[in-house]
Structures are given as C-alpha cells and as structure tokens.
Design a protein around this ligand. Structure first.
Ligand SMILES: [Zn+2]
Length: 74
C-alpha cells in the first residue's frame, strides 16, 4: 500500500471509552473538551452551554455530556 501524496489531513481518530452502555469520545484535557463542546453547539445550532464536559472516572481524560443533569452525581 502506498501512501504517496495525501494533501488531506489524516482524519482524526479520537480514542473512545465505554461509559455506561455507549462509546464516548475521550478528550485529552479540559480545554479540548470545552472547545469541542462549543464547536458541536455551533454546528447543531444549540444554545451555548447545552453541552457540558466532565472528567472521566475511568481514565485521565474528559468526555462531553449533552444532558448535564445525568452526570451530576459526584
Ligand atoms: Zn473515559
């Protein structure tokens, strides 16, 4: 397989982990999670603050949560 010229950036393939019964994308730090949340809100026309983010309890990374109340237990 030759990977000669490829002007396109390689698709970002973020790591994921199981949270509850689904895969969730892992963000390496709070800043990235915050930025991604803002980006997704814009893309989907959601009011700012719809998405929240939280530190994963299974690893040193962050996840987005679209229903903040669900993840409020601490
Ligand atoms: Zn995780």
């Amino acid at each position: 397989m030759s990977r000669a010229r490829n002007n396109r950036p390689a698709p970002y393939n973020p790591p994921k982990c199981w949270v509850g019964d689904k895969h969730k994308i892992c963000y390496p730090d709070e800043e990235t999670a915050e930025m991604s949340a803002a980006l997704i809100e814009v893309e989907h026309g959601l009011p700012s603050g719809t998405l929240s983010y939280y530190h994963c309890e299974y690893g040193d990374h962050w996840h987005l949560a679209n229903s903040p109340d669900k993840y409020h237990r601490h």
